[in-house]
Design a binder for this molecule. Structure first.
Ligand code: PLP
Length: 407
């Protein structure tokens, strides 16, 4: 496999050529990534040339509708699912909320769901609210030291009453990449559906949802080089079984069943630019130019770069005795989303880093449950240092030098 061509990559992101951002290294990617050039170009083209009601008979409208369809079809192909199994919503939080309403109507008295305390609140709170309707909510708990989920604990929670397990592909503060396929196998053997929050994983490589086998997979385009959209994959059989949450006359169309809000046409269309980028990345590094193979190849190239650049940061943080490094200390198997507990508030450290040209964030990142379970004061929060494949070793060195000054 070719190693990542970092110059090629950074040339795809206008932020790296933006004078107002020059000299600053970006380490809050888990909050929202930079946007790739094809997405920006499509967004601008849409607003200039196609900003009309889509799917009408005139040319501009036809182009608008076709580009929205293209986005869904190409992203679905990258993720190994059928076009109608992928839908867009305002955000992952909104998508999960709608899905949980459908689930509430579908469940029967005595049913139970399993949630984790490793998840971001988006894949936790909406499901926990099922308790208000009388359903049992069971919690799959992390180890309070490591922050990790043990699949053996899940097996102990499963029985014939459980209908759904919700869990993250990767937590936005622990960073460990969960074995989605393995967890799905355990759930499926018990006849239980699965809902995976892929938000913290997708920027490090599009998931092959067909291969993972989960029933629902959610992620956020604005953290994955795209515009501010939530993307939801829901497999056909499950999507048809759950009650329609859209307009009654749209219930026959799978991708409209769980997106009651009118879509943001321009942003949906611009999401095709995410596919442009991933496919170009694959092709540039000797992989296929399209489809799930391109996503897999791009994923592997991106991950290799991330792992190489992450390990020195983990080694540096692990060697300090004035902080607590959250999550695994080995780069392979974890995302470059690194939270550290400091003596003082995480946000204070982030502010100090800003003066050294480091853009980072502090707080609890809506991960109150995992942080609380690990004994961390959620008001104090953590400093989070998160990056993706476009981050260079030099930027990580600059971060380490800045941490030396600030901590
Ligand atoms: C892991 C994780 N899940 C879900 C969300 C919610 O995504 P959205 O902002 O699209 O609602 C976030 C956002 O930070 C996240 O980090």
């Amino acid at each position: 496999m070719k190693t990542l061509d970092i110059d090629f990559v950074r040339a795809q992101f206008p932020a790296f050529a933006e004078p107002s951002l020059a000299g600053q290294a970006f380490f809050e990617n888990a909050g929202g990534s930079y946007t790739c050039a094809p997405v920006i170009a499509r967004l601008e083209r849409y607003y200039r040339q196609r900003k009309v009601q889509p799917y009408a008979p005139y040319a501009a409208s036809q182009l608008a509708g076709a580009e929205m369809d293209e986005a869904r079809a190409r992203l679905a192909e990258l993720m190994g699912v059928a076009t109608d199994e992928l839908s867009f919503g305002p955000s992952t939080s909104a998508n999960t909320y709608v899905l949980a309403q459908a689930f509430r109507q579908w469940m029967e008295p005595g049913d139970a769901v399993i949630v984790t305390n490793q998840d971001h609140e988006a894949n936790s709170g909406p499901w926990r609210r099922l308790a208000e309707a009388g359903f049992e909510v069971r919690e799959w708990q992390i180890d309070p030291e490591s922050g990790l989920l043990d699949p053996a604990d899940l097996e102990n929670l499963l029985d014939e009453r459980v209908r759904l397990v919700c869990f993250p592909h990767c937590s936005n503060v622990v960073g460990e990449i969960n074995d989605v396929a393995g967890i799905v196998d355990v759930a499926r053997a018990a006849g239980v559906r699965t809902c995976v929050d892929g938000v913290s994983y997708a920027p490090h490589g599009f998931a092959d949802v067909g291969a993972l086998g989960c029933d629902v997979y959610l992620f956020s385009a604005y953290k994955t080089y795209g515009p501010h959209q939530g993307i939801m994959v829901i497999r056909e059989d499950f999507g048809q079984a759950l009650p329609n949450q859209g307009h009654h006359f749209n219930g026959g169309t799978l991708y409209k069943r769980f997106t009651p809000a009118g879509p943001d046409h321009a942003q949906v269309a611009a999401c095709a630019g995410m596919a442009d980028y991933i496919e170009a990345l694959s092709a540039h590094h000797g992989g296929p130019a399209g489809g799930a193979g391109a996503a897999r190849h791009a994923h592997d190239v991106m991950r290799a770069q991330e792992v190489a650049v992450l390990q020195p940061l983990l080694d540096y943080l692990a060697a300090r005795n004035d902080l607590r490094l959250i999550g695994p200390r080995r780069a392979a198997g974890r995302a470059p989303t690194v939270a550290v507990e400091l003596r003082g508030p995480g946000e204070e450290a982030a502010r100090a880093l800003a003066a050294h040209g480091i853009m980072a964030g502090g707080g609890n990142f809506y991960a109150q449950r995992p942080l609380g379970a690990m004994g961390i004061d959620t008001e104090k929060g953590v400093l989070r240092l998160s990056f993706v494949h476009y981050t260079t070793r030099a930027e990580v060195d600059a971060l380490i030098a800045a941490l030396d000054q600030v901590l």
